[in-house]
Design a binder for this molecule. Structure first.
Ligand code: SAM
Length: 271
């Protein structure tokens, strides 16, 4: 445990998740076996995983799994590990979509497919699309869709909007937003560089998505964007300057403004 505590704020949880993975049991069931000692083979596998975790590998890469929106997603080194705070974006998106919405929805930069799958799960009649540039992430998103909600998310390889056509009732994105010079980037070395940073000031992906949006949004559609804790004001300004209305932000579980969005009322301002 001390070995894990040196690299992780959640050493106990990490150890339990790794042990449950090695034993092929749920984490909650571990307590029923607490007095049993580990057989040599699982003990060795567990020790090897603790070693990798201590070297910086995310638990989710070691177990191959991450829970998001109560779904058991497959993840691996080709994708960002979905974060609990991204559920704030999903919650806002669901408020923008009536329960029986049949409209078209798109998740730009879908990674593991986390956001798109959460929306498809909660809005069974909506037509959900997802775009991803990385071929490796695309494979994982497709595998998650096939396993969890077959046929429900249409996944395209592309650069933000460029492979899409038609208009959407809602667009969401959690794009790479860490600035290339942000010192926090170094601590995230296990995850794909292009999933975390735009390689520039941290706002270039957000700028590209906002600039492209008007051609692809129906009048009245919302565009919701996750971003860094210190980028809310900049993103709200980008949205307002691009002509979005009802621009605002939502706070994450730590109290930081981490999702901003606006409503596209159409070129003529009509809904
Ligand atoms: C921060 S990750 C978010 C992944 C996932 N949506 C989530 O919330 O867990 C950003 C994703 O955007 C993808 N991406 C980066 N640049 C892109 C581009 N120009 N077009 C499409 N996807 C892009 C990355 O490969 C990565 O999967």
């Amino acid at each position: 445990m001390a070995q894990l505590a040196a690299v992780s704020d959640s050493a106990r949880l990490d150890a339990e998740l790794l042990l449950a993975h090695v034993l092929g049991r749920s984490r909650s069931s571990l307590f029923a076996y607490a007095s049993e000692s580990l057989a040599p083979a699982p003990a060795q596998r567990f020790a090897a995983l603790v070693q990798q975790r201590s070297a910086g590998a995310p638990v989710a890469y070691l177990t191959g799994r991450k829970e998001f929106w109560s779904m058991d997603l497959s993840v691996g080194p080709g994708v960002l590990v979905p974060r609990p705070d991204t559920e704030v974006l999903v919650e806002w998106a669901l408020k923008c979509l009536p329960r029986d919405a049949r409209g078209r929805v798109v998740d730009l930069g879908t990674g593991s497919g986390a956001i798109a799958l959460a929306l498809a799960k909660e809005r069974p009649r909506a037509e959900v699309w997802a775009v991803e540039r990385s071929a490796e992430a695309l494979k994982i998103a497709k595998a998650n869709t096939e396993r969890l909600l077959p046929g429900r998310v249409r996944i395209l390889q592309g650069d933000w909007w460029n492979e899409l056509s038609g208009r959407f009732a809602l667009a969401v994105s959690n794009p790479p937003y860490i600035a290339a010079r942000d010192p926090h980037l170094a601590a995230l070395k296990a995850e794909p560089y292009e999933a975390l940073t735009d390689g520039a000031d941290g706002l270039s992906a957000l700028r590209a998505i906002i600039a492209g949006a008007p051609r692809y949004l129906e009048p009245g559609a919302w565009l919701l964007l996750e971003h860094g804790w210190d980028q809310a004001e900049a993103v709200r300004t980008l949205l307002s300057v691009a002509g979005f209305s009802e621009v605002g932000s939502r706070r994450d579980f730590g109290g930081h403004e981490r999702v901003s969005g606006g409503r596209w009322l159409g070129d003529g301002g009509e809904t």
